[in-house]
Design a protein around this ligand. Structure first.
Ligand code: PRP
Ligand code: URA
Length: 212
């Protein structure tokens, strides 16, 4: 496998500006949460850019015409609990018909290994394109374990959407799940000795839920 990371960085100016606000340590819970939801909305706009369309016949108040609607697989959104919940509404605001699954995964603070504690998915998971959301891709352990679990449950079409990633985490996803496209707003420098992304934004779950 090459050293080149396979990642789509969505570096839209609005996203970068909002992310900078989120990174600042004095940004409080309310603003942090709102900014994350807004970024998730903007990222959804980008990652759905290639969704297939089909023609249908409609009638406007003025005339009949042929117009486009979404075709292809139905969508599911899967936040990785708990911090992934912070991105859920942003995605669902853009794709209101999406079904929502939940995967509970926390990172053991000593080993940094993911621990699964919850999984509830739509029944027709194999028929959907699943957008897996988690703001932080650090070692990649949590996201990789969530993707493996979803595949075991029958998922065949998966996309991973994170806010900030460390190169180490992207590499793990590329190696473990080469079939899964990875979208991020930023690739940061590295992980520190505690497995935190540098410069990152700290503990995303704690900042979203005010549990610092
Ligand atoms: C955070 C984050 C990811 C994980 C990333 O969750 O939301 O799920 O860490 O780290 P990794 O790539 O090294 O696995 P955390 O374990 O803090 O749980 P929380 O979402 O409940 O706060
Ligand atoms: N989880 C977070 O919330 N932040 C990090 O920097 C790494 C893992």
């Amino acid at each position: 496998m090459s050293d080149k990371l396979n990642v789509n960085v969505i570096d839209h100016p609005l996203i970068q500006h909002k992310l900078t606000m989120m990174r600042q340590k004095d940004t409080g819970t309310k603003d942090f949460r709102e900014l994350l939801e807004e970024i998730a909305m903007l990222m959804t706009y980008e990652i759905t850019r290639d969704f297939p369309l089909k023609d249908i016949e409609i009638e406007t108040p003025v005339s009949k015409c042929t117009a486009k609607v979404l075709a292809g697989k139905k969508v599911g959104v899967v936040p990785i609990l708990r911090a992934g919940l912070g991105m859920l509404n942003g995605v669902v605001n853009m794709i209101p018909a999406a079904r929502v699954g939940h995967v509970g995964m926390y990172r053991d603070p000593k080993t940094l290994k993911p621990v699964e504690y919850y999984c509830k998915l739509p029944g027709d998971v194999e028929e959907r394109t699943l957008i897996v959301v988690d703001p932080m891709l650090a070692t990649g352990g949590s996201a990789s374990a969530a993707l493996t679990l979803l595949k075991e449950k029958g998922a065949t079409s998966l996309t991973l959407m994170c806010l900030v990633a460390a190169p180490e985490g992207i590499k793990v996803i590329n190696e473990d799940h080469p079939d899964v496209p990875v979208y991020v707003a930023a690739v940061d420098e590295k992980l520190n000795e505690k497995g935190y992304i540098v410069p990152g934004l700290g503990d995303a779950g704690d900042r979203i839920f005010g549990t610092l």
